[in-house]
Design a protein around this ligand. Structure first.
Ligand code: A3P
Length: 330
């Protein structure tokens, strides 16, 4: 495994599909919840198509100190975080009524490294991106480019309790996987999630990687939770703005700017935009699949007591001694 990785890292031509094929054939794999496989690469389960993109990202991306990287496990509220961070950073340019979010999906405003910029054997020219730049990724901490770790740039991590994360993923992948594959059975998907095989998982490794970094370098890594954002979005937005180096002034607060942005980015507002009802973003699926219920605790409608018990036990064991606790909506 190490040898094949090295071969690709030293080889500029990522289009060399036989090199990628050699690498893939050397890696453990599991059936993906969508089509194809996820491969155990650099310690996490990476979807097949994202492996070349990850290699290119690690090799070519050069972070700047002024960059912000938004990181999540899939289905943890990435779309919401992109909308909020974009709006906070660009509030001098766009009031909510003239925000691009009224006609553009958040994923087209803050690109992913592995699904967008470096996907399909592309090496993007980022010199055209105006500073401060904002990017997103699902890649776990150990595998994000060294350049990000060493540049002093900002990382914002948003996590979500594993119960809701799982149910949201199951719904999303059920809707977006090829019809020919048949339904994605809840029990099978749950077993796979518990075994850590979901894309970019194991879930707890992903969360703990960024959690520990946020404790060690709080000025460079901000750790947010979906549940706390649902509880008090305005407070969490102020934390985010402060972390991003653009705190809301007292005048802005008095003018209702914080509430204006939180309303603009709210689930109900974004879900109802035409672009999010009928459009497609640069990603591979319809935008409407990104907006389902947007609540904490929906898992209680799906998981059996045995499933809850199993995941609770895993959670207890994985989080022991970490200081991290999830609010699950109970
Ligand atoms: P549910 O499936 O539980 O409804 P991601 O953006 O990482 O793909 O996460 C998708 C989840 O976030 C979905 O959860 C979706 O409904 C929810 N979501 C999308 N936009 C949101 C928003 N503006 N506010 C709150 N939740 C949002």
């Amino acid at each position: 495994m190490e040898d094949s990785t090295q071969m690709i890292t030293e080889n500029n031509n990522l289009a060399e599909t036989d090199v990628i094929a050699d690498l893939l054939s050397s890696l453990p794999k599991e059936k993906s919840w969508q089509s194809g496989y996820v491969y155990r690469y650099q310690g996490f389960w990476c979807p097949e198509k994202q492996i070349p993109a990850l290699i290119a990202f690690q090799k070519h991306f050069r972070a700047q100190k002024t960059d912000t990287i938004l990181v999540t496990m899939p289905k943890s509220g990435t779309t919401w975080l992109k909308a909020l961070a974009f709006s906070i950073m660009n509030r001098a340019k766009y009031t909510p009524s003239c925000s691009p979010l009224n006609s553009v999906n958040p994923h087209d405003l803050v690109p992913f490294f592995e699904f967008g910029l470096y996907a399909n054997n592309q090496i993007p020219d980022l010199s055209t991106f105006q500073s401060p730049r904002m990017f997103a990724t699902h890649v776990p901490y150990p595998s994000i480019s060294d350049s990000i770790k060493n540049s002093g740039c900002r990382i914002v991590y948003l996590c979500r309790n594993p119960f809701d994360n799982f149910i949201s993923s199951w719904h999303f992948l059920s809707k977006t996987r090829p019809e020919g594959l048949g339904p994605l059975l809840l029990e099978e998907a749950f077993d796979s999630f518990c075994n850590g095989h979901g894309g970019f998982g194991p879930f707890f490794d992903h969360v703990l990687g960024y959690w520990r970094e946020s404790l060690e370098r709080p000025e460079e890594v901000l750790f947010l939770t979906y549940e706390e954002m649902k509880e008090d979005i305005n407070y969490q937005m102020k934390r985010l703005a402060e972390f991003l180096g653009c705190p809301f002034s007292l005048e802005e607060e008095a003018d209702g700017i914080v509430e204006g942005i939180s309303k603009l980015c709210s689930f109900s507002n974004l879900k109802d935009k035409e672009i999010n009802k009928t459009g497609k973003s640069l990603l591979y699926f319809e935008n409407k699949t990104l907006f389902r219920r947007g609540e904490v605790g929906d898992w209680t409608n799906y998981l059996t007591p045995e499933m809850v018990d199993r995941l609770n036990k895993i959670m207890e064991q994985k989080l022991a001694g970490s200081g991290l606790k999830f609010k699950t909506g109970l």
